[in-house]
Design a protein around this ligand. Structure first.
Ligand code: HSE
Length: 430
């Protein structure tokens, strides 16, 4: 049998444990595909004594994860600590500097330091695999970087956060409020005790920044993203979306036009019969549109032990085989420097939901603001009749510029008959 690839793993939580178990369970098939066995020989984690459901016998234990970078018994390092800074970053940089290939699931690190990491790899050589950083078990990195490498990609989009997709699905199916479903998701362990990273769109933004860099062959640029989460999505808007033939999803979307690249994460209304609408619960999806291939949609589990380990081990098999690719698909100096287009210049259709006093002339005032802003209406819906209370009024616009919509919304919100801040959700044809 040929020489094994000897691994050190930092972080033995859900994903790290999943990697150890997958390498053991599928050892034979993995060795056949890698051309040699892949063996875990050293680990580092916070708590040695914790019951993980598998033994650590025979594995070297390093209290300090950085020791894995220096351990001469290791051929490669797997970083599953997480976080853009601290021990995760130090370990990745240290292992690369020590000449060890690294595999990571760390989207924050790639999205924040991806430019510097690519330059480091180009200057000193080395391999950094990050298939597990985006959409868990969906092979989105390989699909964009290798499978679709011949295409000019015009758009990449995805449901990139399972927590948000689970919450939105439960809200729609059970008619529950955001806070109620979030509390349930936390009790079930689907959402973190501090859920802001997920529900405020930050996790999805890290993943979209990575996808956009690969799709458009440009330096990763997290700062250029427009980011909104799902806290303000109400059960009422989800129900009204259903009446209009839409579902609400948190999407990450990056598209290229002559003006440059727009990248944004926000709740969207998508047609109920679109591929994205069918992706429910904790599932993720990634869509790419290329000039040669047309539309490609991949769907699968975006988190969890098995799916994320599947992606980590795929990278390890590439390393064992000696297969490499530039971090962002092409050398840094060939990456495209076209500008990031600001969100204010985005063009699209909009759903607006107002709570208004039900009296004559209110709709005329609202549509007058839209007329002044040159925003054309596609349809309008009023539900209920309650002379003394606010009633919901829904307006769906034709395509217009975001800056015009924001100005119009500010004027609409200030009308005396409008009782609450208006809800605005962008409509997307994905
Ligand atoms: N917390 C993420 C999610 C998974 O809810 O999809 C890891 O990125």
């Amino acid at each position: 049998m040929s020489t094994p690839l000897r691994l050190g793993i930092a972080g033995l939580g859900t994903v790290g444990g999943g990697v150890v178990q997958l390498l053991r369970r599928n050892a034979e098939i993995i060795a056949a595909r890698a051309g040699r066995p892949i063996e875990v020989v050293a680990v580092s984690a916070r708590d040695r004594a914790r019951d993980r459901g598998f033994g650590l016998d025979g594995l070297a234990w390093h209290k300090d994860p950085l020791a894995l970078a220096a351990d001469p018994a290791l051929d490669a390092v797997v970083e599953l600590i997480g976080g853009a800074e601290g021990p995760a970053r130090a370990l990745v940089e240290g292992a690369l500097d020590a000449g060890k290939p690294v595999v990571t699931a760390n989207k924050a690190l790639l999205a924040t330091h991806g430019v510097a990491l690519a330059q480091r790899l180009e200057a000193r050589g080395g391999i950094l695999g990050y298939e597990a950083a985006v959409a868990g078990g969906i092979p989105a990195i390989k699909a964009l970087r290798e499978g679709l490498a011949a295409n000019r990609i015009s758009r990449v989009a995805g449901i990139l956060n399972g927590t948000c997709n689970y919450i939105l699905t439960e809200m729609r199916q059970k008619g529950l409020a955001f806070e109620t479903v979030l509390r349930e998701a936390q009790a079930l362990g689907y959402a973190e005790a501090d859920p802001s990273f997920d529900i405020d769109g930050v996790d999805a933004a890290h993943k979209l920044a990575i996808l956009a860099a690969l799709a458009f062959g440009r330096p990763v640029d997290l700062g250029a993203l427009h980011i909104e989460g799902i806290r303000h999505v109400s059960a009422l808007d989800i129900a009204l979306a259903g009446e209009l033939g839409y579902r609400i999803k948190l999407l990450g979307i990056a598209s290229r036009s002559e003006a440059g690249v727009t990248a944004r994460v926000h709740p969207c209304m998508v047609p109920a019969d679109s591929p994205m609408a069918a992706v429910e619960g904790v599932f993720n999806a990634v869509l790419a549109e290329g000039d040669a291939v047309g539309r490609v949609v991949l769907q699968g589990r975006g988190a969890g032990a098995g799916p994320t380990a599947s992606a980590v081990v795929a990278d390890l098999i590439d390393i064992a085989r000696g297969r490499t690719a530039p971090l962002w698909g092409a050398a840094s100096e060939t990456l495209d420097a076209s500008p990031a287009v600001p969100m204010a210049a985005h063009r699209g259709a909009y759903y607006l939901r107002l709570m208004v006093v039900d009296r004559p002339g209110v709709i005329a005032d609202v549509t007058g603001v839209l007329r002044d802003a040159q925003i054309s209406l596609e349809s309008m819906l009023q539900r209920g009749r309650a002379p003394d209370e606010a009633v919901p009024v829904v307006l769906v616009t034709h395509e217009c510029e975001e800056s015009a919509m924001r100005e119009a919304l500010a004027r609409i919100a200030a009308l005396p008959a409008v009782m609450e801040p208006p809800a605005m959700i962008r409509i997307e044809g994905v």
